[in-house]
Ligand binder design. Structure first.
Ligand SMILES: NC(=O)c1ccc[n+]([C@@H]2O[C@H](COP(=O)([O-])OP(=O)(O)OC[C@H]3O[C@@H](n4cnc5c(N)ncnc54)[C@H](O)[C@@H]3O)[C@@H](O)[C@H]2O)c1
Ligand SMILES: [Zn+2]
Ligand SMILES: [Zn+2]
Length: 365
């Protein structure tokens, strides 16, 4: 099978012919139909804990089960599945507390080898998933059987963008009817956050975005107000739009070098008792200063979001039904599809913000 491999840190992806390793007792072999490209995959190209080259990048896929290990019970060959952005083993300290988003396998699972080169070198899967490939070797507890009419190009969005945003809005911030919301960064995640906030019944949804094209799109996706951060003080403008109080919930979805500043802005834009959900990722070790007395006395909460803190088996099928029902629009989110040999260009397009969502079709060419 072919895969787009990161041969070493900071090197371009290379299309390689590899042999998939045989499935262990609780492994599943999936043939992916579509893979959502996420800018987090580009962080995995740099030195850090997200990958160990040579590695197959990617943490999203919708596809069909081809084979299962001897102890697999929840899926069978022929089943349509979603490969979750992060797995939940169901058996560790965190999973047993209902916090599968912090599963030991995500943070302490070690390197997972999934394929072999002709010379015998083992190839790992970034984040233990590695979806930029024609065949995937994934863990049973990292896939969810999906009975859905959604095409793979839309279903795969639940491996990352759509599920992270739905989880952030409904599960983490618990946005409700009549609430006010700010979304910093109207990119791929921001686009889903805007849609989800409207669906939750937020009456004021303020998008903050420097790129003009994306500001236009933000309005189309449900923002009631759209701000350019270059155009005056964002916090002041958000307060003006919310009776001087600030928003009930602010979502930071920028990522990259400006993330810490954006988290501070999001925090300052909330009302007393408001919630901040920082989604954006940046280099490990980057810190953010927040006013201690606001944390101590003013009720402002910062709530972590790892893949929307979703419960895979509970949330992903119901999110799929939300997409099927037309309550959210996946069509507006997918801007371009790419065959597997163009995985590097797809990742660059996501990184350079050329397309809102790039989707790989690993078995299309
Ligand atoms: N925590 C999670 O569950 C989760 C899930 C998926 C992705 N992510 C992370 O979320 C981040 C965003 O991902 P994405 O795919 O939407 O990226 P993206 O590049 O499509 O979107 C980011 C947007 O932020 C805008 N932006 C930059 N600086 C800004 C500022 N100062 N104020 C307002 N907007 C600004 C950019 O122009 C861009 O449109 C990444 O860091 C990604 O790794 C987190
Ligand atoms: Zn992602
Ligand atoms: Zn676990």
């Amino acid at each position: 099978m072919r895969a787009a491999v990161l041969p070493e840190f900071e090197a371009p992806l290379v299309l390689e012919e590899l042999e998939l390793l045989p499935p262990g007792p609780r492994d599943v072999v999936v043939r992916p139909g579509a893979v959502e490209v996420c800018v987090t995959d580009s962080y995995a190209t740099r030195p850090g804990p997200l990958s160990r080259p040579p590695a197959i990048l990617g943490h999203s896929a919708a596809g069909v089960v081809e084979a299962v290990g001897s102890a697999v019970t929840t899926v069978a060959p022929g089943d349509r599945v979603l490969v979750a952005g992060t797995p939940a083993c169901g058996d560790c300290f965190w999973c047993r507390r209902g916090e599968g988003h912090q599963c030991r396998e995500i943070f302490e699972g070690g390197v997972r080898h999934v394929a072999r080169r002709a010379d015998g070198t083992l190839v790992s899967a970034a984040g233990g998933v590695g979806t930029y490939a024609e065949q995937l070797l994934v863990r049973e507890y990292g896939v969810v059987r999906m009975d859905t009419t959604l095409p793979d190009e839309h279903l795969c969005l639940l491996s990352c963008g759509a599920a992270s945003a739905l989880g952030a809005v409904f599960g983490i911030a618990r946005v409700g009817l009549g609430d006010t919301v700010a979304v910093l960064g109207a990119g791929r995640i921001g686009g889903w956050l805007l849609q989800a906030a409207r669906l939750a019944g937020a009456v004021r949804v303020v998008a903050v975005e420097p790129l003009p094209e994306r500001r236009k799109r933000a309005a189309a996706l449900g923002a009631s107000d759209v701000l350019d951060p270059a155009d005056g003080d964002v916090v002041e403008q958000v307060r003006d739009l919310t009776g001087g109080r600030g928003v009930d919930a602010a979502f930071e979805a920028t990522g990259g070098p400006g993330t810490a500043a954006a988290v501070r802005t999001a925090f300052a834009a909330t009302r007393r008792g408001g919630v901040v959900v920082p989604l954006g990722m940046t280099d490990f070790g980057v810190t953010v200063d927040l006013p201690v007395n606001d944390l101590a006395m003013r009720g402002r909460e910062v709530r972590s979001c790892q893949y929307g803190n979703v419960d895979l088996q509970r949330d992903l099928p119901r999110y799929a039904r939300v997409l099927e029902s037309g309550l959210l629009d996946p069509v507006a989110m997918v801007e371009r599809t790419y065959p597997l040999p163009d995985a590097g260009s797809a990742l660059a397009a996501a990184e350079d913000r050329e397309v809102l969502t790039a989707v790989l079709l690993p078995n299309s060419d």
